[in-house]
Design a binder for this molecule. Structure first.
Ligand SMILES: NC(=O)c1ccc[n+]([C@@H]2O[C@H](COP(=O)([O-])OP(=O)(O)OC[C@H]3O[C@@H](n4cnc5c(N)ncnc54)[C@H](OP(=O)(O)O)[C@@H]3O)[C@@H](O)[C@H]2O)c1
Length: 234
């Protein structure tokens, strides 16, 4: 199998869809997922109706991809949801749903794909965090906490898989125009951008460029890193 094989979670729209299209253009085989229908038609793309927080569905999707191609080169753990509310006004069910998708979903895919990668002694995992974590954005405690958990998972898993030839890193985007931030008031977005070193919204190309770097075979010495965009620092 000459072509490289990638799993991208949350590939029906937004950043995940743009990354799927980016790598299909580069002749990768892409397996994507979302709770709803897929939106990509391509011979080398397969869509799975999978909720990333559903353990059995995740195990089954990873098993099917691995059995079909006998490898998984890259995992882009992109699926995510957001919420905005003050901590004192946040319900337990909202907190649970954010943690289930953003943290437990990333954990389940890391665990299952990680098992496949260590068999081959190679692979790259890229998790998705957000500048909401280092910037401690008011009103985003649940979202930022779920992403802080993803960051810790990334760093510890990098140590656990380091001797197996598998890298684990994370990307932390700044605001990018997708449905995820569609309901966030413009003044809040403007305030985040003002805290960046480079004061503009992010683009899909900004993300693809960092992914290209992190999954490049020449980046085998780069692991356990969280790369925030826009010049935001922890
Ligand atoms: N856009 C930004 O400004 C921004 C900034 C910082 C970080 N990020 C991060 O970047 C990632 C992508 O965000 P985006 O802006 O592209 O969001 P988006 O446009 O809302 O797309 C999210 C994707 O994830 C899928 N998804 C959500 N929950 C899921 C679940 N439980 N199981 C499976 N799939 C699920 C959605 O499909 P279904 O709803 O059909 O499941 C969709 O395909 C997220 O991790 C987000 O936190 C985004």
């Amino acid at each position: 199998m000459k072509k490289k094989v990638m799993i991208i979670t949350g590939s029906s729209k937004g950043i995940g869809k743009s990354l799927a299209e980016h790598y299909l253009k580069k002749e990768w085989i892409v397996a994507g997922c979302s709770r709803g229908e897929g939106s990509i038609n391509h011979d080398d793309y397969e869509h799975f109706n999978v909720d990333v927080s559903d353990e059995q569905s995740v195990v089954e999707m990873v098993r099917r991809v691995y059995e079909k191609f006998n490898k998984i080169d890259v995992l882009l753990n992109n699926a995510g949801i957001a919420t905005m509310n003050a901590v004192l006004l946040s319900s337990l069910s909202k907190a649970e749903s954010i943690m289930r998708t953003n943290f437990l979903g990333a954990f389940l895919f890391c665990r299952e794909v990680g098992k496949a990668m260590i068999r081959k002694k190679t692979g790259s995992i890229v998790n998705f965090t957000s500048v909401a974590s280092p910037l401690n954005l008011e009103g985003e405690a649940l979202y930022a906490s779920s992403k802080a958990s993803v960051e810790r998972l990334t760093k510890i898993l990098a140590y656990e898989l380091g001797s197996s030839g598998v890298t684990v890193n994370a990307i932390g985007p700044t605001p990018i125009d997708t449905d995820l931030i569609g309901s966030v008031p413009e003044d809040k977005i403007h305030a985040v951008i003002q805290r960046q070193a480079v004061k503009r919204k992010g683009s899909f190309d900004d993300i693809a460029h960092v992914c290209d770097f992190l999954i490049d075979e020449k980046s085998s010495f780069v692991t356990g890193q969280v790369i925030y965009l826009g010049g935001v620092c922890d």
